[in-house]
Design a protein around this ligand. Structure first.
Ligand SMILES: N[C@@H](CCC(=O)N[C@@H](CS)C(=O)NCC(=O)O)C(=O)O
Length: 220
């Protein structure tokens, strides 16, 4: 991307789930940013320059030149950006605590379990029936939980769209892309369609490129 004067935020990312979450948030919030594509799947996350920003070698990372800040971890980045823009997260009180609770749930449960499910059911060169079964079961448990959390509400926080929706959408978008079905859960299905219909979301899942074409799912 072209260098632009006065664009403070650089987004180091790739066409993958956690990167798309941050691209969606930046598109929603209208914060000017520049994309730096880092192909972590081809080893670009292991360069000394990148490891100096994120020793874990993973995207997404943002650098906010105004704040002299480098930040990793997609949900921490979502919270930072929402606070910076003053939108898409409750500023204080009980609702903010609830938002943080749900971001932790996404980062500690949905992300890792859906990630392992994708690994064993899609990416693994070896067919490992136990791994496939275990993470498909975990995925089903999470789908039921999310359906319950969305019961009687349009968004995770109730009537207000927030970064919690963006956080959960990233992995649901990838799950659908890989052929995992969750349409039997009416609240989850309706929420997924509601979020996917947002123009900023549709743009975000293509920045810097869409998810790759995936091989067919393995069965246990
Ligand atoms: N917990 C991290 C996970 C980041 C992550 O796993 N990123 C993936 C792409 S979605 C990655 O960089 N993978 C490359 C690698 O692990 O080498 C977050 O939420 O940002």
């Amino acid at each position: 991307m072209d260098e632009k004067e006065n664009v403070a935020i650089e987004l180091f990312t790739f066409g993958s789930t956690n990167g798309h979450k941050v691209a969606i948030a930046l598109e929603e919030l209208g914060l000017p940013y520049e994309v730096r594509s880092v192909n972590v799947f081809a080893g670009e996350g292991r360069s000394p320059e990148f490891l100096a920003m994120n020793p874990a070698g993973k995207i997404p990372v943002i650098r906010d030149r105004d704040a002299d800040l480098v930040l990793t971890e997609s949900d921490a980045i979502l919270l930072y950006l929402a606070d910076k823009a003053g939108r898409l997260v409750p500023p204080s009180g009980r609702e903010r605590v609830r938002a943080i609770e749900l971001l932790f749930l996404q980062a500690s449960l949905q992300g890792p379990m859906f990630g392992q499910r994708m690994h064993f059911s899609v990416f693994s060169a070896e067919t490992v029936p136990y791994g496939i079964r275990r993470y498909e079961e975990q995925g089903d448990i999470i789908d039921k939980l999310v359906d319950h959390l969305l019961s009687g509400r349009s968004y995770f926080l109730g009537s207000e769209y927030s970064i919690v929706d963006i956080a959960f959408y990233g992995w649901y978008f990838a799950a659908k892309w890989a052929g995992f079905e969750f349409d039997q859960h009416a609240n989850l299905k309706a929420w997924f369609e509601r979020i996917g219909a947002r123009p900023a979301v549709a743009r975000g899942v293509t920045i810097p490129e869409p998810l790759p074409h995936l091989p067919p799912r393995k069965r246990a």
